[in-house]
Design a protein around this ligand. Structure first.
Ligand code: ACO
Length: 325
């Protein structure tokens, strides 16, 4: 039996030039490189310069992913951007990217699931392809989290960074078994009762301002490992493979301790978890495609590898996607 599979045909990423180290941060808030690195694994993060926006970062990642896929804007049916830091409340980042790519057909919209945004976007894109409503989709995760920081709050400002990553997904043919290339499963979850654990204290309908990110870090941490491990197991169930078969885990980069604890819970070697946390910090919806791009370019992720993407973020939202590269 032949079935439609959403296959990744290209990926790309972009990080702003400006690097902010832990040591520099320690000059402005009461913290240290030792505290940040030992609690989180973060050493530095990239920060967009004045005037450099989420749309700018998204566009650069998109152009690289499209060059890698060897396709032009006229071949795209849909653009999905996962972001929580849009240039404007509306229109979407996706329609701005559409205009700047010179794409004059199809549709474009944003997905808002904070740090889980790229997994949510992957589920949306996969379902559009499986429903034969789109053949070729540009999926981007792009953020300027630095703009949501209270730079006097050491409990949050040391954690986040800016960046963008993108993939091009295209409908391909599969046999319907676990040897196929493409997406096997996406699993999404949320629990809105956990709003107060991680939120932004502003918005158009409340304060009329963008607001600042607020987080009860310890509480988020407690939910992270259990939720992430459960969603990985759910994504693997019924797919014809086991967790032990997965070649590479590409997690949301929130905290190295969460990555290590998840690996231990799943009984897989920590080396199979791609980690970019030291260099990128937490870039929210951009972190999974940024890590993916690093591991593809350094040769770790190769054609035919079984890859698991996962994330958890504000909402709370969480989820996982299983695919063969
Ligand atoms: N430098 C120095 N000390 C600090 C800093 C800092 N930057 N931040 C907090 N501290 C202090 C605290 O004030 C506290 O001091 P006290 O004991 O005197 O009260 C002490 O360090 C311990 O603070 P905790 O919050 O208990 O530290 P913890 O070990 O839990 O680490 C952290 C905090 C890194 C935030 C961790 O809880 C974490 O990573 N949580 C998960 C975050 C996450 O997963 N986010 C993902 C979603 S992000 C999204 O969706 C946008």
């Amino acid at each position: 039996m032949s079935i439609i599979r959403s296959q990744v045909i290209g990926c790309g990423a972009y990080l702003p030039d400006r690097i902010l180290t832990n040591a520099e941060l320690a000059k402005t808030v009461d913290t240290s490189d030792e505290w940040i690195a030992s609690r989180t694994g973060i050493r530095r993060r990239h920060i967009a310069k004045d005037g450099e926006t989420t749309v700018d970062l998204a566009l650069k990642a998109a152009e690289r992913a499209m060059a890698d896929a060897k396709i032009g804007a006229d071949q795209l049916d849909l653009i999905v951007v996962a972001t929580t830091t849009p240039n404007e409340t509306f229109p979407s980042v996706a329609t701005s990217v559409q205009a700047r790519l010179g794409m004059t057909r199809g549709a474009a919209f944003d997905v808002q699931a904070v740090c889980s945004g790229f997994i949510y976007g992957m589920a949306v894109a996969d379902n559009f392809i499986k429903a034969a409503q789109a053949k070729t989709i540009l999926l981007i995760g792009a953020e300027t989290m630095s703009r949501l920081m209270d730079w006097t709050d050491r409990t949050t400002c040391v954690l986040f960074g800016d960046g963008a990553g993108a993939v091009v997904l295209q409908a391909g043919e599969g046999k319907g078994d676990s040897t196929d290339r493409g997406v096997f499963n996406t699993k999404l979850y949320s629990d809105g009762r956990l709003h107060d654990l991680l939120y932004v204290d502003g918005g158009p309908s409340t304060t009329g301002t963008a607001g600042h990110l607020r987080m009860l870090g310890k509480e988020v941490f407690k939910h992270a490992v259990i939720n992430i491990a459960d969603s990985i197991e759910a994504a693997v169930r019924d797919s014809g493979v086991t967790v032990a078969d997965i070649d590479w885990f590409v997690p949301h980069q929130a905290n190295q301790r969460i990555l290590d604890a998840t690996a231990r819970r799943l009984k897989v070697p920590a080396e199979r978890f791609i980690s970019t946390i030291a260099e990128h910090g937490n870039t929210s919806a951009a972190s999974v495609p940024l890590a993916l791009d690093v591991a593809v370019n350094d040769g770790r992720i190769k054609h035919g590898d079984l890859v698991l993407l996962e994330a958890m973020g504000g909402g709370l939202t969480w989820g996982a996607a299983l695919l063969r590269w």
